[in-house]
Design a protein around this ligand. Structure first.
Ligand SMILES: *[C@@H]1O[C@H](CO)[C@@H](O)[C@H](O)[C@H]1NC(C)=O
Ligand SMILES: *[C@@H]1O[C@H](CO)[C@@H](O)[C@H](O)[C@H]1NC(C)=O
Length: 352
């Protein structure tokens, strides 16, 4: 190891809850994004250590394929804003983002700058493809990130990268179902790239680099909701053109550790659900979703606090678990059937 960061991760899991404060304006996206000039693009490619794919996209695309590209662009623009702000914080040695040696700064900043440029190319690639198909590209929002120090920022990066790694599996499947086979190879190359980032984020947290034998899967709608916890409401110019569902957020109040235990969650019940017919569903690895009954502890002004078993030991529930509250018991054959029954989610849990 070349660097000795003050890595303080006792935290085994993270529940995302975004406070409302503005920090990033999309005008502050770097390198001319979302529409860089040819010379800005040249600089991005140099920083990314590589280029945009130069073969033409296929002549046609399915409806679901378009939704895939929109979600990918929406996500990558958010990642660009995040890594740009993180680099700015480290560069400016903002309190909470200071390291003890110059070597650490060089090592971290070099890595982050390459990641930023690579994410910029991912965003441009998805938006270019949309333009190619005559669809308006996705525009960036204003964002805010619920972190104020380097360790929390890396934990957050590793959490959203986990969600992306699961969601791109869904993207590939939807392309396949829609007959968009010509787009699957490129997405697969991005999955590998995001996995490389994740290995680095995990090492920085003192974890083993590779998370699971089969990474946890997700669904486009869960990612769409999760990303919105980092956008300032009302600042995403064409989010309404993305035909995906936004669920009520699911807050993990007491996060589980690496043992079978009860977890406490809260969520806003907009739909007056029947309290006796609520379940929590856990999506972990490539396994069938796990369903547990949810016991409501309190329900005041539609804010439900509830408790459920987290059966860690029975299922070796390491890595990312996506939790969702549903109004049906299943059984659910896959993540997309869970999303269809979800009233609140995704709650994000990472163990080990
Ligand atoms: C946050 O951004 C919104 C939308 O641009 C704006 O209306 C609001 O005044 C901003 N709030 C703060 C605290 O800057
Ligand atoms: C950058 O630092 C500011 C000030 O602490 C903080 O509000 C913001 O969330 C940080 N952003 C990232 C990505 O770490």
């Amino acid at each position: 190891m070349r660097f000795h960061l003050p890595i303080l991760f006792g935290i085994a899991s993270l529940a995302i809850a975004a406070p409302i404060k503005n920090s990033t304006d999309h005008r502050s996206l770097p390198d001319g994004l979302p529409t860089p000039s040819p010379s800005e693009l040249e600089v991005i490619e140099e920083n990314a250590h590589g280029t945009l794919p130069n073969g033409p996209p296929p002549p046609g695309i399915s409806e679901n394929g378009i939704t895939n590209l929109k979600l990918v662009a929406f996500n990558e623009l958010f990642e660009v804003a995040f890594f740009h702000e993180l680099i700015t914080n480290v560069t400016n040695q903002v309190l909470g983002y200071r390291f003890s040696s110059e070597d650490d700064y060089d090592f971290i900043l070099n890595g982050l700058k390459v990641i930023l440029a690579q994410e910029e190319l991912h965003a441009l690639d998805a938006n270019n493809a949309l333009s190619h198909f005559g669809i308006a590209p996705i525009e960036p929002c204003q964002y805010n990130f619920p972190v104020d120090n380097f360790n929390d920022a890396i934990l957050l990066a590793s959490t959203f990268t986990d969600v992306v790694l699961g969601t791109l599996q869904d993207v590939v499947e939807r392309f396949a179902i829609g007959g968009d086979f010509a787009l699957t190879r490129e997405v697969s190359s991005i999955i590998g790239q995001e996995g490389e980032q994740q290995g680095w984020f995990r090492i920085m947290q003192g974890k083993v680099p590779s998370e699971l034998p089969f990474l946890t899967t997700s669904d486009l709608n869960f990612a769409f909701t999760a990303i919105q916890s980092f956008t300032v409401p009302g600042t995403c110019p064409n989010i309404n053109s993305i035909p995906l569902e936004t669920f009520e957020p699911l807050n993990i109040i007491t996060a589980p550790t690496a043992k079978t235990d009860h977890i406490k969650v809260s969520f806003y019940d907009r739909k007056d659900v029947e309290e006796s017919t609520l379940w929590i569903v856990y999506i972990n690895q490539q396994n069938l979703p796990i369903v547990e009954p949810l016991t409501v502890l309190s329900n005041e002004e539609h804010e439900i606090v509830a408790e459920a078993l987290f059966p860690y030991e029975a299922h070796e529930m390491n890595g990312l678990t996506i939790a969702a509250v549903t109004t049906t018991e299943g059984p659910f054959p896959d993540a997309s059937s869970v999303a269809k029954a979800t009233v609140a989610g995704p709650g994000l849990i990472i163990i080990n």
